[in-house]
Design a protein. Sequence first.
Length: 108
Amino acid sequence: MANQLNSDLSLNLDINELRSAIQYEYEGVALKPELGFHFHTGRKLAGMLDYQADWLEGIPERAIESFAGTGNPFSLGNLKPGENVVDVGSGAGIDSLIAAKMVAQMGR
């Protein structure tokens, strides 16, 4: 039954249209986070995902307002000074900014 359902859904799904709709939605979050969306954003979401308050210190407020993450990569453990980090798929950028603070000047 699940295979039939997936098959039926894929026949009517335009991947480019879906991709465009997602890009449009997240562009709205980036440009006008104050509008409100059908999902949580900003400091409220960061709190829900257990981002520590001190991680957000010094992060530009506009980046925090536009945060619409789906998880907390730091829940796997804090980065150490001197480590190298790659952020694939960076959204508002707060994860990259937090990581930069964690790895400090010796990190990359």
